[in-house]
Design a protein around this ligand. Structure first.
Ligand code: ATR
Length: 278
């Protein structure tokens, strides 16, 4: 029986066991996926010992993604770009780390909009410059956009992303001033909220979509609520919207494929199962 885990601190809130448990049942795989709570002081020891405890690998969540990045033997190019690891596996005795939020972000857009969505997008406006924003930039870098504009309340963090990501071939990446948010909407073919604004219990993202392009796509990484105030406003203006839940579901795919040797599908049935839990 193959065993996998999600490790974090705290970990009770994680919906990953629901997702992987669904796929294990759906594909009739004899395996398990369990939550493991590990305090930061014990994380390095956990990395060293999970294989001996019979685990094929697992997911890593807050607050361990950076420690996982530092602690693995080898990393995928995507993990290198994001500088955080959320998926672990062992290959020929080597501990590997990937960042599947990158694929999760773009696969969610691909599945909801079709892979040609990028054809109408010249400029992407990325709001926020935290950990999630880094995965978004890494995902968009592989697509044929011309420009990614990163805007953040704390300007230094947007500039840091520009510094870290700019050398890679692909779209130009520039930082913008927070007070220019409404003006920047005008040129954006894709608007991404990667801040925590709009999440249940947080204030909404204050943004004026009046001058947004009529063909603009608006997406939010927040998925509680499923449809944020930003997405509702975009929908009212007949813009195309993509919710954040799909990113959570799609980021789970590569890990499951590694541990259990089946590439699982993100189906409406799976989505409905998670929606019932939100
Ligand atoms: P995550 O890993 O989910 O990206 P994070 O790294 O803590 O979380 O990043 C949170 C993002 O939300 C940051 O871009 C943060 O902006 P700052 O860098 O200025 O803190 C943004 N954010 C959170 N609360 C905000 C608020 N009230 N107004 C504007 N941006 C906010």
């Amino acid at each position: 029986m193959t065993k996998a885990f999600v490790v974090g601190h705290p970990i009770q809130h994680s919906r990953s066991p629901l997702i992987h448990g669904y796929w294990l049942r759906h594909y009739g795989i004899e395996g398990s996926y369990e939550r493991i709570d590990v305090a930061p002081a014990d994380f390095a020891a956990f990395l060293e010992s999970f294989a001996a405890r019979g685990f094929a690998g697992g997911n890593v969540t807050i607050p361990h993604k950076e420690a996982a990045f530092a602690g693995v033997d080898r990393r995928t190019r995507r993990a290198e770009r994001v500088q955080a690891v959320n998926t672990l596996w062992i290959e020929d005795g080597v501990l590997w780390g990937d960042n599947t939020d990158v694929a999760g972000f773009v696969d969610n857009l691909d599945q909801n909009l079709g892979e040609n969505w990028v054809q109408n997008v010249d400029t992407a406006l990325l709001i926020g410059a935290g950990g999630a924003a880094r995965a978004v930039v890494a995902g968009l870098q592989d697509r044929a956009l011309r420009r990614i504009v990163v805007i953040n309340r704390t300007a230094a963090k947007a500039e840091e992303i520009v510094r870290d990501f700019a050398p890679v071939a692909g779209p130009a990446i520039v930082a913008a001033n927070w007070r220019d948010l409404d003006r920047l909407v005008i040129e954006a073919g894709l608007i991404v909220n990667s801040t925590s604004l709009g999440m249940a219990g947080q204030p909404p993202l204050e943004i004026d979509l009046t001058s947004a392009r009529r063909d603009a796509i608006v997406t939010d990484i927040v998925y509680v609520p499923l449809k944020t105030a930003l997405l509702r406003e975009a929908e009212n203006r007949s813009l195309r919207i993509v919710g954040g839940l799909g990113m959570l579901l799609h980021q789970a795919v590569p890990g499951f494929a590694r541990w259990f040797n089946v590439t699982p599908e993100v189906t409406p049935e799976l989505e409905a199962l998670i929606v019932r839990d939100i």
